[in-house]
Design a protein around this ligand. Sequence first.
Ligand SMILES: Cc1cc2nc3c(=O)[nH]c(=O)nc-3n(C[C@H](O)[C@H](O)[C@H](O)COP(=O)(O)OP(=O)(O)OC[C@H]3O[C@@H](n4cnc5c(N)ncnc54)[C@H](O)[C@@H]3O)c2cc1C
Length: 326
Amino acid sequence: MTKDVFISGGGIAGLSTALGFANAGFSVVLADPAPPPDTMTSDGSDLRSTAFLQPARALLEGAGIWEALAPYATPLEALRVIDSKGTPPEIQTERTFQSTDLGEAAFGWNLPNWLTRKVMTEAAAAAPNLDLRMGVGFQGLLARETEAIVTLTDGTRVRAKLAIAADGRASPLRQAAGIDVSTTRYGQKALAFAVTHEVPHDCISTEIYHHGGAFVLVPLPDVKGKPASAVVWMNDGARALQLMALEDDAFSATVTERACNVLGELALASPRRLWPVVTQTADRLSARRVAIIAEAAHVLPPIGAQGLNTSLKDAAILLDLAKSKP
Ligand SMILES: Cc1cc2nc3c(=O)[nH]c(=O)nc-3n(C[C@H](O)[C@H](O)[C@H](O)COP(=O)(O)OP(=O)(O)OC[C@H]3O[C@@H](n4cnc5c(N)ncnc54)[C@H](O)[C@@H]3O)c2cc1C
């Protein structure tokens, strides 16, 4: 099979890149061994959410996918930052920033990752110019002067002008291209899960700082008729493992206390997942006929909500380069 572009990895970054290139008229094939889970509670479901900031929305509009995502997006109209102290934590000081201060309706739009990936996969399956191979992985690379010859796990051979590695922090395509990474570990882990709460979030994202790490509540659409938020809670590794081991009721009570009661009682509304907090950078962003993007190129700690937003920028820059030199 001959295509303009091969993409290894159908996470949110790989799918956005595929849709952007296909929308611009390039022929694309994308392979990923793991099809997207159907529901939030399915095995392997990515329980993180992404606050897509203003530039990311423009990029998703350019890729023709924003319209399909918009119904699930919660606008982030304000950011409340709280400093807390003591046991149990109590609010010391706080400050709220309004998006209208910048003349914007919202700082960004929050979407659950599992749902974003599902909606994007459906759009990719229907897109002209895009051959979606879910359930099939990248296996081997032969990089020639004029083309990359890629072998997939089902034996398919793809000849492409460009092979893009969007296959995550352990990127098999990056490794096949002989590119190393530098990794910094912080001894922290981030717990990601969803909660429902008594008090509506009013489209306000809340960050509560305390020794041990930040605790962030990001607005989601209602779950079972109740206001809901995605939570990222950073802790040192040992404490994070203790929290993972708690029964659901005890965990919900601990989370309510950690949240300084800002949204009333919180109830766990999803499984919990644990992510190591690391910074990782690829030593190079390209090799012959290969480009490295998204977490294959750079992993950022979650606080700051920049990881995937930065990855979408990678995709946009790569597309601009491809358009200027097809
Ligand atoms: C707790 C937490 C909260 C976060 N919150 C935010 C936020 O608010 N805003 C933000 O911008 N970022 C955020 N991030 C970062 C963001 O979640 C990640 O950058 C993003 O999900 C990574 O997407 P990706 O597509 O690069 O990688 P992945 O989602 O890891 O996708 C890689 C894909 O490659 C596939 N793959 C693996 N092997 C192969 C193979 N052999 N062949 C083909 N495909 C393969 C995998 O199956 C997978 O689907 C957060 C991160 C964490 C840990």
